[in-house]
Design a protein around this ligand. Structure first.
Ligand SMILES: NC(=O)c1ccc[n+]([C@@H]2O[C@H](COP(=O)([O-])OP(=O)(O)OC[C@H]3O[C@@H](n4cnc5c(N)ncnc54)[C@H](O)[C@@H]3O)[C@@H](O)[C@H]2O)c1
Length: 419
């Protein structure tokens, strides 16, 4: 073999994996079906937030190369699948990229190979979807090659926890598969945690994200009634947080975004409903609460304008920060989009500013980030803090705005409104 590993899918998940493996001295090949991604990487250009062009240059120095040529997969000891699992029309995961990547590996599979699925999906995917495709050529999983699931825990923009120092859960089809996958990850991840099997590893990932989703929904629902009752929920959370055990702080906001939190819990509820015929009520309730937050924030914006006898229709609203989390450019599933749509539907003229997003597509309406922020603040009827990027001096922004509505609970300036 000429490579230790081939990573299939060179995005937010695949690239940090390639980076850590290469840094640890493994020889790494990257396979992707997107020519632009492959050419960009080979020319030293990064397309994800967490890796800079310098990081790609380092990867290339370590011998990494990206390719669209699937025959390269046959050269590798291990293949790791990091392709997207978007939501399908019926609410379950769209497994087409996983199936396609698995077929690609199946055509190059050789005895002794380790195949790991990292894409987030419903429990059973590794055994019921990936395994049969790989076995079509006659090799048997657990005997002729090893098969495992290892959930990706990448947290884009997190300055403390990256691929190397975040414990890696691995669950194999057999105990030998688990050992093989654990030994593989142990070469470049500090802590590897063996799961009982593939289903436990798959479900662990969904539990983690469902837990976040539900707890965010809890504070989002509390935000609504605390506002009505005149209670500062942000202060409530600061108080509760002082308990050193049994409590973890979650914060309200204009909705949930990103590729994981709004989507993954659906995989679980979809699977429970499809297999068992009953709903996963916690997830469905959380979904409902979190999905209605943009409309709630729009209504609060309307109330703020109303206090000063200004109609939403015809007003100008400036949104600050439109990504789904601070200090990154990723806009996937950002609640800023339904929020902007709702404000537009109510007749407002929406402008936005985001240091990471030069142009922004609000479902077909293309907006350009304001260049003169002072002018935009001074002229907008209401400024809405949607994402608190670290370049924002929020109190100074609030002081320059006619009216300021902070959905992130950071403003201290008197007169500003908080969610
Ligand atoms: N981004 C995150 O923060 C994050 C965190 C945890 C888990 N995940 C999960 O990891 C998986 C990958 O997510 P991502 O954010 O890296 O996606 P991404 O869109 O950033 O990258 C995926 C890459 O896969 C490529 N691809 C698609 N089909 C392919 C195929 N058949 N063969 C080879 N390459 C193919 C695409 O061209 C793209 O470059 C998803 O299941 C996601 O749920 C993502």
């Amino acid at each position: 073999m000429t490579a230790d590993v081939v990573v299939l899918g060179l995005g937010y998940v695949g690239l940090p994996l390639a980076q850590e493996a290469a840094r640890a001295g493994l020889s790494v090949i990257g396979f992707d079906i997107n020519d632009a991604v492959v050419n960009g990487l080979n020319e030293g250009r990064s397309h994800v937030d967490d890796l800079s062009d310098d990081d790609i240059a380092e990867l290339l120095r370590h011998g990494f190369r990206a390719t669209t040529d699937e025959s390269a997969i046959a050269e590798a000891d291990a293949a790791v699948i990091c392709v997207p699992t978007p939501l399908a029309e019926d609410g379950g995961p769209d497994l087409r990229p996983v199936i396609s990547a698995t077929r690609t590996i199946a055509r190059q599979l050789h005895p002794g190979m380790l195949v790991v699925l990292e894409s987030t999906t419903y429990p059973g995917t590794t055994e019921e979807v990936v395994r049969p495709i790989l076995e079509e050529g006659g090799l048997v999983a657990g005997r002729d090659f090893a098969l495992a699931f290892s959930p990706e825990r990448i947290d884009p923009g997190n300055p403390v926890y990256g691929m190397k120092n975040t414990p890696k859960v691995v669950g194999g089809l057999t105990p030998e598969c688990t050992d093989r996958a654990a030994a593989f990850y142990g070469r470049f991840v500090d802590t590897v945690v063996p799961a009982k099997g593939t289903r436990e590893a798959e479900t662990a990932k969904l539990l983690e994200n469902t837990y976040r989703h539900i707890n965010i929904a809890l504070v989002n629902e509390m935000a609504r009634f605390c506002h009505e009752l005149g209670i500062d929920l942000w202060n409530v959370i600061e108080m509760a947080k002082t308990k050193p055990f049994g409590f973890q702080a979650f914060y309200p906001g204009p909705g949930v975004g990103g590729h994981c939190i709004p989507i993954d819990p659906n995989y679980l509820s979809y699977n429970v409903r499809a297999r068992l015929g009953y709903p996963f009520r916690f997830v469905e309730l959380a979904q409902e609460i979190n999905a209605t937050m943009p409309a709630y924030v729009a209504r609060r914006a309307q109330d703020i304008l109303n206090e000063d006898s200004i109609a939403m229709r015809g007003s100008t609203i400036l949104m600050l920060g439109v990504t789904y989390k601070p200090d990154i450019a990723d806009q996937r599933e950002s609640p800023a989009v339904p929020l902007a749509k709702q404000l537009m539907r109510m007749g407002a003229e929406v402008r936005y500013h985001d240091p990471n997003v030069a142009t922004w597509d609000v479902n077909g309406t293309e907006l350009t980030s304001v260049t003169d922020l002072d002018e935009a603040l001074a002229s907008a009827d209401l400024t809405l803090l949607v994402q608190n990027h670290k370049t924002y001096d929020v109190d100074a922004l609030a002081a320059s705005a006619k009216r300021f509505f902070d959905t992130k609970g950071v403003v201290t300036a008197p007169g500003a409104h908080r969610l």
